[in-house]
Design a protein around this ligand. Structure first.
Ligand SMILES: NC(=O)c1ccc[n+]([C@@H]2O[C@H](COP(=O)([O-])OP(=O)(O)OC[C@H]3O[C@@H](n4cnc5c(N)ncnc54)[C@H](O)[C@@H]3O)[C@@H](O)[C@H]2O)c1
Length: 350
């Protein structure tokens, strides 16, 4: 049994604990949160015996072998570093860190300590994502030259007045919160993590006016400033000549409430992810066009779960579906989008 410690008893902790406990080869032995009420609630719900007000005590607990970190973004890097230094394996929720420099420090410590570090990019694990990635790898779409990734929420800003809207604690808004998922998914499906340049623009339009709240999050409200993006758009060119457009909103005027997908454009066929479909000419290229529901094939990791993959990887039974290198590249692109917005210039990678 892999013994887990949970750091953060907020909104995401419940589904994370449920997933860990569903594995059968893992148990949650400790949890930590700065807020005593939320910590008690989580410990009661999942029968967690040890609770710590300070995560340093959890990291010092020899019984804990692996740590899940689900706290405000500012604490991702410092807490992941502390856990790795203490010899724990770490599954860290997204985004990796506030910026690439911080993320790289965490990655370096994981490597030096020989511990597993994995970003829990849950959307990669969905059966559709795995199937589409396999279809691309098998050449079913021909050469995929462009992808369009988007997540448009109409009124989906996490609870206003909490850390989510504050740049100093969150590092960014919609782009870091949900853009990271679709960008990651897009690069995962095309297996291309080598960007050449990025041009981007972000906007703060709704949250700063007290509009567009969706309600996610358990942290308490305060009079903290809303100064992050609630809309972002970017054009990314890759070293192999391919391109990706990324569009994301926490809040925007739109006909539909919540839409997210990745559309792939290949020389022989196109595809979408949610739900997975393929589009192409009929066999003879004369009699029209076909839309195929379901891209076919099996999900490589049938459990479709980031925590199961993490646990199985610790046990040497699977490879992590999300590598540290890939997650660092995603962080570099996110940094570059903010940089491009600030300067108005194209950001080029070495
Ligand atoms: N993978 C996903 O799809 C997904 C979904 C939601 C959130 N997340 C990520 O999970 C993280 C947490 O989000 P949330 O929605 O649970 O937020 P939340 O505001 O609901 O909860 C955060 C919790 O962290 C606690 N906390 C803050 N600082 C701490 C510290 N130093 N040590 C221990 N506990 C601390 C808070 O008291 C709070 O209980 C964020 O980074 C977010 O991006 C990921």
């Amino acid at each position: 049994m892999i013994k887990f410690g949970i750091v953060g008893a907020g909104a995401i902790a419940t589904s994370s604990c449920r997933a860990i406990q569903s594995h059968g080869g893992a148990e949650i032995v400790a949890a930590s949160d700065l807020n005593a009420d939320r910590l008690k609630e989580l410990c009661d719900e999942f029968s967690i015996k040890k609770s710590y007000a300070d995560s340093a005590e959890l990291f010092a607990d020899d019984n804990v072998e692996a740590v899940y970190i689900g706290v405000p973004n500012k604490f991702h890097a410092p807490l992941a570093k502390a856990a790795l230094e203490a010899g724990k394996h770490v599954i860290l929720d997204k985004p990796f860190a506030l910026n690439y420099a911080e993320a790289k420090e965490v990655a370096d410590i994981a490597e030096a300590k020989g511990k597993l570090l994995m970003l829990g990019m849950n959307q990669r694990y969905r059966a559709e994502s795995q199937r589409v990635r396999q279809a691309v790898a098998d050449g079913k779409l021909g050469d995929v030259y462009h992808a369009k990734a988007f997540w448009f929420r109409r009124a989906g800003i996490p609870r206003l007045g909490t850390w989510f809207g504050n740049k100093a604690i969150a590092g960014g808004g919609a782009l870091l919160d949900i853009g990271v998922h679709l960008l990651d998914l897009c690069l995962f499906c095309t297996d291309n993590f080598e960007p050449e340049s990025v041009f981007g623009k972000t906007y703060t339009v709704f949250g700063n006016r007290g509009l567009g709240e969706g309600g996610w999050g358990k942290s308490e409200r305060s009079d903290i400033a809303f100064d992050v993006d609630d809309f972002a758009t970017a054009f990314i060119r890759f070293k192999n000549g391919n391109s990706v457009t990324l569009d994301v909103s926490w809040a925007a005027h739109a006909e539909q409430g919540n839409r997210n997908d990745v559309h792939l454009y290949g020389t022989e066929a196109g595809a979408s992810l949610y739900p997975d479909k393929m589009f192409r000419f009929n066999n003879d290229y004369q009699s029209g066009y076909e839309v195929i529901d379901g891209i076919g094939g099996e999900a490589k990791l049938g459990h479709c779960d980031r925590f199961h993959n993490f646990i199985n990887s610790i046990n040497g039974e699977e490879e992590p579906l999300t590598s540290v290198y890939q997650s660092l590249q995603i962080q570099r692109i996110l940094d570059a989008i903010y940089e491009s917005c600030k300067t108005g210039e194209l950001v080029k990678f070495d």
